[in-house]
Each structure stands twice: as C-alpha cells, then as structure tokens.
Design a protein around this ligand. Structure first.
Ligand SMILES: *[C@@H]1O[C@H](CO)[C@@H](O)[C@H](O)[C@H]1NC(C)=O
Ligand SMILES: *[C@@H]1O[C@H](CO)[C@@H](O)[C@H](O)[C@H]1NC(C)=O
Ligand SMILES: *[C@@H]1O[C@H](CO)[C@@H](O)[C@H](O)[C@H]1NC(C)=O
Ligand SMILES: *[C@@H]1O[C@H](CO)[C@@H](O)[C@H](O)[C@H]1NC(C)=O
Ligand SMILES: *[C@@H]1O[C@H](CO)[C@@H](O)[C@H](O)[C@H]1NC(C)=O
Ligand SMILES: *[C@@H]1O[C@H](CO)[C@@H](O)[C@H](O)[C@H]1NC(C)=O
Length: 345
C-alpha cells in the first residue's frame, strides 16, 4: 500500500515531468532550428537599439543560416507588449530577456512560458532560476560609477564623491523615475546615506537623462561638458568605471524565458543553450550565473556592497516601486526627453 507521502512524491514527479530537459548537443539543436526555418525572434530589454548587436553577430557567426531577429526596447515596454500578445493569443516572440524580473513568476502562473531546461541548467545558481525551467538568469547586469578620464584625472567611485565641489554642473544621471533598476540604485543609496545625500546631489545641479546608457555615451564624447555618472550603466571605451563602496550598488540576473507558444521553439532553444554554454559564459572572466566557472572568474555572491538576489523582491513589490517612483518625481518632475532608443546618445 502506498503511504500519503509516497503519493505526494509521485505528484511532484509528475509535475517535474511537465518540464523537459535538453539532452541534445548544440549542433543537433542547430540542425533542428535550421529545419524549422532558421529564425529566432528575441525581445531583449535595454535602452539603445544596438545594445544586442554583439550577441546577434556572435550567434549568427556561430550558427550560419540562423537569423537572430532581436529587438531592444525598455523592459517596461517589452513586457506590456508581450502581455498583449498573450492576451490576444498571438504570440510571435520566441524568447524574452528582461530586467523586469517580477513579470516571470506571473507569466509562468498564466501558463505563458515553456518549462524547459537547457543543457547547462543544472549549473545555473538556484537563486537565478525557476526549478521547472520556466525562466533563468543568463547574465549578471549591474550599475557602476563612470567618469571621463580626460576631464578628471583621479578616480571616482563612492556615491559621496558625487558631492565633490568640482562636479557641480558636471554630473549626468539617469532619471530614477524612468527605470526601476536605477530607482533601486537611488533607493539603496538614500537608505544608507540619507535624504541629505540626495538633497546635496540636487544642489550639484546634475543633468537628468533617459536611458541607463545615455550618461556613459555622453561621457565618452571628446566634447562632453560632463565629468561623471553614478548609479547607472557604465561603458568600457573612453570612460573609466568603478564600483562604489559607501553604499550598495545594484546587480541582477538578466532573466530569459521561452514562450510556450513560440513560433520558433527550436531556434529559441538553440539561443538559450548557447547563452548558457561554456563558450558564451566563459569567454572572458566576469560575473556569471553559472556556479561552475573557472577559478579566475569573480563570484558575484562574494562581491561586497551588492546583493544580486535582492532586486527580485524589490521588483515584486509594485506598491513600493510606485511610491518610490513618485517620491522622486515630486523632486525631479516627470522624465523629459524622447525615448533613449531614438536620442542620439
Ligand atoms: C531526450 O529527451 C527526449 C525528450 O525530452 C526524450 O524523448 C528522449 O528519450 C531523451 N533521450 C535520451 C537519450 O535521454
Ligand atoms: C522579427 O521581429 C519583429 C519584431 O518582434 C516581428 O514583427 C517580425 O515578424 C519578426 N520577423 C520574423 C521573420 O519572424
Ligand atoms: C590632475 O589635474 C590637476 C588639476 O587640473 C593638475 O594640477 C594635476 O597635475 C593633474 N595630475 C595629473 C597626474 O595629470
Ligand atoms: C582610467 O582607465 C585607464 C584605462 O584603463 C587607466 O589606465 C587609468 O589608470 C584609469 N584612471 C583612473 C584614475 O583610474
Ligand atoms: C560634440 O560632438 C558630437 C559628435 O562627436 C557632435 O554631434 C556634437 O554636435 C558636438 N557638440 C558640441 C556642443 O559641439
Ligand atoms: C540578499 O537579499 C535577499 C533577498 O532580499 C535576502 O534574503 C538576503 O538575506 C540578502 N543577503 C545578504 C547577504 O544580505
């Protein structure tokens, strides 16, 4: 006779069987994706149209004959557009990779996501993945301090550095009320350094812009009139970046899912297996979602002044997010300017 515990376990096994685990090689999936039509449509969160050109080029070079049809837009716009597709039963996106981490548990509950575990799923840190494979982080994103070394010859890092007299009128910052990850950055700093830090920051007369990449792109210009940016995206060329130590900075797992009704499921599986593969994850030492990285890779869980798992609970509390957003909006006004995808920088 089966005990109730055994019955409960068998239910669990049945549920788990609702999720498939990849057991093919990348090349076998590639062949299946070619047969399917050779396209994968990806919506990736971001604020510059070209932000995923590197991924597109690498993927298409690795898998000739496959097109990565990628569209970058703010995660907060991609998600509501995907909601419309789901509601209208007209899903034409295969893969979605966003910063709006709160959407994924909801989409899973709605039955919109494919429960599927790419080959390296077992090596993704448990903190970053749904146990059934409905979604998982693929890359660690985060904010930094940036400055133009031609304009400022010493290093900047701490949020309190933003208050240096020589940075008066020379700061370029992203509106916290336009991007929830930037909102979280300012929330964390104010919790640590107090509202007086923010009041002093306002007194520095910073330029507020839309888009987390805009400050770094501005700072990289030879004729820029700005010196530094805090609590937003960094940039590797022409701009120096560092991590603050006097208050926490924001990091999160940029999270990926395949739509259950994806028109190109094999293409989507190819993409997801590729972005979690050794060749993609371990090309250069950097933070990774994988727990089996080479020894010379930095471990995000050991990083001081950031908690990579705290962004999800922040994003899930929509009432708090809205309250904070309006706290900033009363002080800064609504975000001004055209979409950061359309501006020149
Ligand atoms: C691979 O997975 C498929 C579908 O998930 C399954 O039907 C097949 O038996 C598996 N093959 C092996 C060798 O495990
Ligand atoms: C490429 O993506 C766009 C935007 O998501 C979509 O409208 C278009 O149908 C896609 N093209 C193909 C060939 O799937
Ligand atoms: C840095 O800038 C200051 C002020 O412009 C200047 O006096 C100093 O010589 C510079 N130092 C270096 C190492 O370039
Ligand atoms: C800025 O970056 C350059 C290139 O990586 C480096 O040589 C320089 O020392 C950096 N400056 C500071 C002040 O960190
Ligand atoms: C600065 O340079 C950019 C291109 O490098 C140019 O488009 C812009 O007009 C310049 N701005 C000023 C104020 O000269
Ligand atoms: C990081 O954040 C998570 C979620 O809020 C929390 O459970 C955990 O205790 C935090 N870790 C540290 C080291 O503070």
């Amino acid at each position: 006779m089966r005990s109730p515990i055994v019955l409960a376990l068998s239910t669990l096994v049945t549920t788990t069987l609702g999720s498939s685990s990849e057991n093919r090689t990348l090349d076998e999936i590639y062949q299946a994706a070619l047969k399917e039509g050779g396209v994968v449509t990806l919506w990736h969160g971001g604020d510059e149209k070209t932000q995923q050109t590197g991924l597109k080029k690498a993927f298409e070079a690795r898998f000739p004959g496959i097109t990565l049809n990628v569209t970058v837009d703010l995660s907060k716009y991609h998600d509501s557009n995907l909601d419309d597709q789901i509601a209208n039963k007209n899903v034409y996106v295969d893969s979605i990779i966003l910063q709006t981490l709160h959407d994924y548990p909801r989409w899973k509950k709605e039955g919109a996501l494919l429960n599927y575990k790419p080959s390296e799923f077992a090596n993704v840190a448990p903190e970053f993945k749904d146990p059934e494979g409905a979604y998982y982080g693929y890359s660690i994103f985060g904010w930094s301090t940036s400055w133009n070394p031609a304009k400022y010859n010493s290093s900047l890092a701490d949020f309190s550095d933003a208050l240096l007299p020589e940075l008066k009128d020379k700061l370029i910052l992203t509106y916290p009320n336009d991007d929830d990850a930037v909102l979280y950055a300012f929330d964390l700093v104010i919790k640590k350094l107090g509202v007086k830090w923010f009041d002093a920051l306002i007194a520095q007369n910073p330029k507020w812009v839309r888009g987390s990449a805009t400050p770094g792109n501005q700072l990289a210009l030879a004729n820029t009139s700005y010196i530094a940016a805090f609590g937003t995206g960094g940039r590797s060329t022409n701009v120096n970046t560092s991590r603050p130590t006097d208050a926490p900075f924001v990091t999160w797992p940029q999270t990926a899912a395949i739509l259950k009704d994806a028109p190109h499921p094999e293409g989507a599986k190819l993409l997801h297996n590729y972005i979690l593969s050794d060749e993609f994850q371990f090309a250069t030492p950097k933070w990774t979602v994988r727990t089996d990285a080479p020894a010379n890779f930095p471990n995000i869980f050991e990083e001081k002044n950031t908690n990579v798992t705290s962004f999800l609970p922040f994003m899930l509390d929509r009432a708090n997010v809205e309250r904070l957003r309006f706290w900033f909006e009363t002080r800064l006004g609504t975000a001004q300017g055209i979409s950061p995808l359309e501006d020149d920088l």
